[in-house]
Design a protein around this ligand. Structure first.
Ligand code: G3P
Ligand code: MG
Length: 260
């Protein structure tokens, strides 16, 4: 089956909201992404100790926050009082990680589309999918509609979930059956087709470094949309689009422009 429905979202989205322009997964970062002309962001949602999602890429702090603890050890309020900005540049000192709900509300108010990567801490795959699904469903209740998780039924302004973890997709499918899902892969797992089918996905999200034109054709021939991360060279972006890639995210908001 060849995909007959055109990709309904922006072709280029800003990785973690700001790419390399500002601290990732913070509202300051989101503002920077918007300021650079992007209206489509990828972001990472993880559950804090109290079961409330925050935008964090790494389970253990250390890279973007000077702390030795991890996301599941702290409540969302505690996490949202940490400094996730000074690692990036002194002028961002004290900028906290964004709360999930806070970020979604900001995106909706600013007409920014989201690819929500469900990023579970180890052992919390199903639960993270369920919680992020439920909350997202509530925050987009006015847009989400029956059949909205199929290519034909998609509402372009509603978000797209993705995850490396099939169980996280399963959780989101349970609580938000009408929000579409993409399966994220790096090294291609043997069962990628089975996961796409079982989790009723609309898209495969691939590491651009591993993509070949043959594999792109295979994915498209199966009827799935194809999304690539993280593409920082405009020539490479054009090449991927010429292979049939539908959408991609970038860290280089200055080079890989939304109009590409
Ligand atoms: O969703 C695309 C990309 O963000 C996946 O990798 O590690 O940057 O979250 P990562
Ligand atoms: Mg991500």
């Amino acid at each position: 089956m060849q995909s007959v429905h055109p990709w309904p979202y922006a072709r280029v989205s800003a990785h973690r909201g700001a790419g390399t322009m500002a601290p990732e997964n913070t509202l300051e970062g989101f503002r920077a992404g918007l300021h650079h002309g992007f209206h489509a962001f990828e972001t990472d949602a993880m559950l804090a100790k109290d079961g409330v999602p925050v935008l964090m890429h790494d389970e253990r702090f250390g890279r973007t926050i000077r702390d030795t603890r991890s996301v599941p050890e702290l409540t969302s309020l505690e996490i949202r009082s940490l400094d996730a900005g000074s690692w990036f540049a002194p002028q961002y000192t004290g900028v906290p990680p964004a709360g999930f709900e806070q970020a979604v509300r900001w995106c909706r108010a600013n007409r920014v589309w989201l690819n929500i990567e469900i990023k579970p801490a180890k052992g919390a795959e199903l639960e993270t999918g369920r919680v992020v699904g439920r909350l997202t469903g509530e925050l987009y209740a006015d847009l989400v509609r029956e059949g909205g998780a199929t290519q034909a039924g998609i509402v372009p302004d509603a978000p797209l979930f993705s995850s490396f973890k099939p169980e996280a997709l399963r959780g989101a499918m349970e609580t938000a059956p009408n929000i579409p899902r993409g399966f994220l892969v790096d090294e291609l797992p043997e069962n990628w087709r089975e996961v796409l089918e079982e989790m009723k996905c609309v898209a495969l999200h691939c590491n651009q470094r591993r993509l070949t034109p043959e594999f792109a054709r295979e994915v498209k021939a199966l009827g799935y949309w194809l999304f690539c991360y993280t593409v920082n060279d405009p020539r490479r972006a054009r090449e991927l689009f010429s292979w049939g890639v539908d959408g991609l995210c970038t860290d280089r908001l200055d080079l890989v422009r939304p109009s590409l």
